[in-house]
Structures are given as structure tokens and as C-alpha cells.
Design a protein around this ligand. Structure first.
Ligand code: FAD
Length: 150
């Protein structure tokens, strides 16, 4: 069955002070994981404190329904579609919604993908976001494995 993969960017509207952003992200991920599991959606969310970049994948109608809910969410603005295509296999099959917050330990990965500074939604293209998210996913998996082994 064909799977739709949708990528968008948006601008954070929540206060990025202290631990407020962590609470905001925790609440977004909790509802995302609950709804996405129910709807058979998978994906990845990158947050760099200014922008969100999210990849949503699954059955076309379900992806569209989630995207329309997401567009109305007051926690972000300037929701902009970057790409939408049909794919044969999911890129993030094991995650109802995984996430990465940009931090210094992942800087080398961002540099490798040509984004040494902030991610600019006006210039970044879908393949770059996808490749970046896949490398961030690999980084997290190997980090988790190393922690388990120690
Ligand atoms: P509920 O969780 O019951 O929420 C009801 C309403 O309250 C919604 O309109 C919601 O926007 C609003 N709301 C809830 N908490 C807050 C808050 N702290 N501040 C302001 N308004 C709030 N949803 C998904 O299902 N899948 C995703 O992958 C997904 N990704 C997201 C990524 C980003 C960057 C953001 C900002 C939101 C994302 N969401 C996602 C959440 C989405 O926007 C909706 O809030 C959610 O889908 C609504 O789920 P619900 O119908 O179960 O309503």
C-alpha cells in the first residue's frame, strides 16, 4: 500500500525560556504519540527552538487530517508545506513520533547536512530535512544502545 509522506515547517509561538519549551514539547509529543498510534502515522519532529520541521507518514487521508489539526494549533504559526509525496516504505516505521531538539552534541550532524546555523524554512528542501532526520534518528539509536551497554 502506498504511503504518503508530508513535510512541513512552522515557527514556534511558545515562550522559549527556562524549561517552558520542554513542557510544551512534552505535551505536543504526548498527544502526537497517542493520536498517531491510533491513526497508523509515523514520523519525526525536529525542533531548533525557533522552528519546527515535521515529517508525517501514513495513509493519505490520515496524514491530511493530522496536518489540518496541526495547522490550527496556536503553539506554532507560519505552518508551511515543504513537500508531499507517495513513498513505498516509511522512513520512520518504528516511531509514532520521534523527535530531536537541536543541541551541541548533534551539531556535527547539522553541519554535515549544510545547516551549521539555524534551519531556514525558506531555503531548506524536503530531501535535506528527511536526510537530517534519518541521521538524527541513527544518532539517537546508537546513543541509546551505548547507554544500555554501559
Ligand atoms: P486535544 O489534545 O484534546 O486538544 C484539544 C485542543 O487544545 C486542540 O485544538 C489543541 O490544539 C489545543 N491544545 C492542547 N494543548 C494545548 C496547549 N498546551 N496550548 C495551546 N493549545 C493546546 N497532533 C497529532 O495528532 N499528531 C502529530 O504528529 C502532531 N504533531 C504536532 C507538531 C507540532 C509542532 C504541534 C505544535 C502540534 C502537533 N500536534 C500533533 C498536535 C495538534 O496540533 C493537535 O493539538 C492535536 O492533534 C489535537 O489532538 P486532539 O484532537 O486529541 O485534541
Amino acid at each position: 500500500m502506498a504511503v504518503t509522506q508530508l513535510i512541513y515547517s512552522s515557527r514556534n509561538q511558545s515562550v522559549d525560556e527556562g524549561s517552558a519549551w520542554q513542557e510544551m514539547l512534552r505535551s505536543i509529543l504526548a498527544v502526537s504519540q497517542r493520536n498517531n498510534l491510533r491513526d497508523g502515522l509515523t514520523g519525526f519532529l525536529i525542533f531548533d527552538h525557533v522552528h519546527f520541521f515535521q515529517i508525517l507518514e501514513g495513509e493519505s487521508d490520515r496524514v491530511r487530517a493530522a496536518y489540518s489539526r496541526i495547522q490550527k494549533d496556536p503553539r506554532h504559526a507560519e505552518v508551511t508545506l515543504i513537500g508531499e509525496r507517495e513513498i513505498r516504505a516509511r522512513s520512520f516505521p518504528q516511531w509514532s513520533m520521534a523527535s530531536a531538539v537541536r543541541s551541541s552534541d548533534q551539531q556535527e550532524i547539522f553541519v554535515r547536512h549544510g545547516v551549521p546555523d539555524s534551519l531556514d524554512p525558506a531555503t531548506i528542501v524536503a530531501p535535506t530535512i528527511l536526510a537530517l532526520a534519518m541521521d538524527l534518528q541513527d544518532f539517537q539509536l546508537s546513543h541509546a544502545q551505548a547507554l544500555r551497554a554501559s
